[in-house]
Design a protein around this ligand. Structure first.
Ligand code: GLN
Length: 252
């Protein structure tokens, strides 16, 4: 068995150490004796040959989003849309999360068309609204917590912790499920109390950190789920668990 991770736009979409998520997935998979390959997918990559178990895209400032969004729409888009709609596993952080929605209105008012695979849109209000910056704690949605794979692996609980830094505010379409409910922080838009999106086996979230560093339950869910496994050998996560618990007490 090989765990093949497609890391999209690593040069442009890799903010606040988001590439650490890929390192964590690789580390935790290798600890279980799983053979891992990370395929870097960049502007010039031809995707026809690639078949991934998991796709990862990180955050990026508006300028980086502008660099990649046309390639995402025209070149990688059809593949990625099909991958996500047919249940492919994926983790999409902040700038990437925004680009998978219908559109992103950036800080300077220009509109970047999104892939539209998630029914949501994002608007940056420039100086009219403050950036959403700080520590985040959220309670995972029932839909996520009840996923069988997650349940069988989860030893951390029902929270996710991380750090957010975004100007864009994301609004989910009526039928879209959020990933969780904000306990501390701004989340999607600082108004409706939701954080992220859960669409089939894809997760969009504003959490950096990198998010998988303090949320091993999410990391293992992604590894096991994307490989079709219902169990993984447990690792000594005592240190990470302490970090997770300590993070829950951090102020915004
Ligand atoms: N440029 C986007 C925003 O500020 C995304 C930032 C990010 O990926 N952290 O909303």
């Amino acid at each position: 068995m090989k765990f093949k991770i497609g890391y999209f736009y690593p040069e442009q979409l890799n903010l606040y150490g988001d590439n650490g998520n890929v390192e964590i997935l690789v580390y935790r998979a290798k600890k279980r004796g799983i053979d891992v390959e990370v395929a870097l997918v960049d502007l010039g990559t031809n995707l026809e040959e690639n078949r991934f178990n998991l796709v990862f895209m990180g955050g990026g400032p508006d300028s980086s989003q502008k660099e990649v969004y046309e390639d995402l729409l025209k070149d990688k888009g059809p593949y990625l849309k099909d991958y996500i709609n047919s249940g492919g596993f994926g983790l999409y952080i902040c700038g990437a999360y925004q680009l998978l929605g219908k559109y992103y209105k950036s800080a300077d008012g220009s509109i970047l068309e999104g892939l539209g695979v998630f029914d949501l849109y994002t608007e940056h209000f420039g100086n009219k609204k403050p950036r959403c910056i700080g520590n985040v704690v959220c309670e995972l949605s029932d839909e996520f917590r009840h996923k069988e794979v997650f349940n069988s692996l989860n030893k951390i609980g029902s929270t996710l912790v991380g750090f957010e830094n975004h100007g864009g505010r994301t609004y989910l379409g009526e039928k879209m499920l959020p990933l969780g409910k904000v306990i501390t922080g701004y989340g999607n838009n600082s108004e409706d109390g939701y954080e992220g999106v859960l669409y089939k086996n894809s997760i969009g979230t504003y959490l950096h950190g990198p998010v998988l560093s303090k949320n091993p339950h999410l990391a293992d869910y992604l590894i096991a789920g994307s490989l079709g496994l219902d169990r993984l050998e447990s690792l000594d996560d005592s240190l990470i668990l302490s970090a997770h618990i300590a993070s829950k007490k951090l102020r915004q």
